[in-house]
Design a protein around this ligand. Structure first.
Ligand code: SF4
Ligand code: FE
Length: 469
């Protein structure tokens, strides 16, 4: 299995075409706006070699006959789904941000399910996945099409979607644009459709893989609040960060052996719904881990302010923890109530997974509000470290700003609430794995309304009881 250092070294071997602030980036790994996000992915490699976490971070693979990093493994046993959540919580707490590797993990499992009873697709997919496991690659799951005018279907505005523009004897050519978490830190891109598609939309029903530096692939790093502070003393999170990119596919050729689904509407629909379930449960792992860090930072500020024992402060911290565990409990529940798909892979409970993600679009905002309450207004006037270290101003400013500990804790709260750290935390909470309405749509579809009405009719004395003698 790859090590954290090996992973970083392997990224250097890529000929990645990445633009940052209007300039082609010569060495993405060393760019201060990119490196914190590379560090977060590297943590997923480090845990596989850490005796304390190895059992959680690795899994025996029946495809290659040896342990692999859990981020490349199939959910073959019922406990695998819960283990994933536990691993995500650990990584979320260790990094305080998005470690970007779960879309690929959830994607490979969803593709395994979707290629069930499609022998050609399955064979190609498994052959490819073996290579991914052997090389321990970071996969970037790509399914968030630009979408443009939501009132139009993909064929009405094809440039807003990734689609096949040419089918050749040896493969397909794809074109389009997509939003992707962690794209610039990956080895391969796993393209998947972002929504169920209808007859006549077969060109958009494509699932395939390509190296991140395949000819025609261009990435552009997203501009984010206070991203100039990354890697510097005022960053807030001193070591880790998330990453969002726009990826342009300009007639990228994909050979048949890496084309898993092409125009298969039914399999693509399975892929989309299975992936959504997995990834909506995933947020019950990583985000509670991130929230652990925010709670810790808020707690630390109250300690340095001498108010930790005040009853209202304790109550607010308990409320933050209570909401955090609510999210985690739903993610674990969705995973523990998983079922075995006929393909041999476990899938989550779709209702609990969607309830989990739906809470993630709400509760962290309340937790951030409480953190801002506890942090106090000093967060808005806190001078930079350079000011605090200034030979003339420093002594007076340090008296105002308080201890170094307090200043750094305030910066961390600030970053997660509305700085660079808020993008992989808050904005991902809202829109990652689908925006809030997407979960309501699934809930309305999945909930068995009739059984509820049926029981109400019985207990109201309208119908006879045929369920309980
Ligand atoms: Fe993983 Fe969470 Fe980031 Fe999604 S948002 S890739 S689940 S860390
Ligand atoms: Fe995400």
């Amino acid at each position: 299995m790859q090590t954290a250092d090996g992973y970083v070294a392997s990224l250097r071997a890529r000929q990645l075409r990445l633009f940052v602030d209007g300039e082609l980036c010569a060495s993405p790994v060393d760019h201060p706006k990119v490196r914190p996000a590379v560090n977060a992915v590297a943590a997923t490699y480090a845990l596989a070699h850490d005796p304390k976490h190895r059992a959680l971070a690795t899994r025996e693979s029946d495809l290659v006959g040896r342990p692999v990093n859990r981020f490349t493994a199939l959910f073959r046993a019922p406990e695998d789904l819960v283990r994933k959540l536990e691993l995500q919580r650990v990584l979320g707490r260790l990094t305080g941000t998005c470690f970007q590797r779960c879309v690929g993990l959830d994607g490979i499992n969803a593709l395994y399910v979707a290629t069930h009873e499609r022998p050609v697709a399955r064979e190609r997919f498994v052959a490819w996945l073996r290579g991914v496991q052997e090389r321990d690659e970071m996969l970037n799951g790509a399914m968030t099409d630009a979408k443009g005018d939501r009132s139009q279907r993909p064929p009405g505005q094809p440039d807003h979607y990734v689609r096949v523009v040419e089918r050749r004897a040896d493969g397909v050519v794809i074109r389009g644009a997509i939003h992707q978490t962690g794209a610039a830190n990956a080895h391969q891109i796993l393209v998947m459709p972002g929504q169920a598609l209808r007859e006549g939309e077969e060109d958009f029903a494509i699932a395939c893989a390509m190296p991140v530096d395949a000819p025609g692939v261009t990435m552009v790093l997203g501009r984010q609040p206070s991203d100039d502070r990354r890697g510097g003393p005022d960053a807030g999170n001193a070591r880790f960060g998330g990453q969002e990119c726009v990826v342009l596919f300009d007639d990228v050729f994909v050979p048949h052996e890496r084309v898993f689904l092409d125009g298969d509407l039914e399999a693509c629909s399975t892929l989309v719904s299975t992936f959504a379930g997995y990834h909506r449960a995933s947020y019950g792992g990583c985000k509670p881990g991130n929230l652990d860090v925010l709670i810790g930072a808020a707690d630390l500020v109250t300690r340095t302010n001498g108010v930790r024992k005040a009853s209202h402060v304790r109550d607010k911290l308990v409320q933050m923890a209570h909401l955090t565990e609510t999210i985690h409990g739903l993610g674990v529940g969705a995973s523990a109530k998983g079922t075995l798909h006929p393909s041999g892979v476990w899938v989550v409970d779709p209702i609990l997974a969607n309830v989990c993600k739906h809470h993630v679009t709400q509760l962290p905002y309340e937790i951030v509000r409480l953190a801002e309450d506890l942090a106090g207004g000093a967060m808005s006037t806190l001078p930079s470290i350079a000011d605090l270290d200034h030979p003339e101003l420093g002594p007076a400013l340090r008296t105002v700003a308080g201890s170094e500990e307090r200043a750094k804790a305030l910066r961390l709260v600030e970053s997660m609430a509305y700085g660079a750290g808020s993008v992989p935390f808050r904005i991902e909470c809202m829109h990652g794995a689908g925006s809030p309405q997407a979960q309501r749509v699934v809930l309305e579809r999945e909930i068995d309304w009739e059984s509820k009405v049926k029981r109400a009719r019985v207990l109201a004395g309208i119908d006879a009881d045929d369920e309980l003698a």
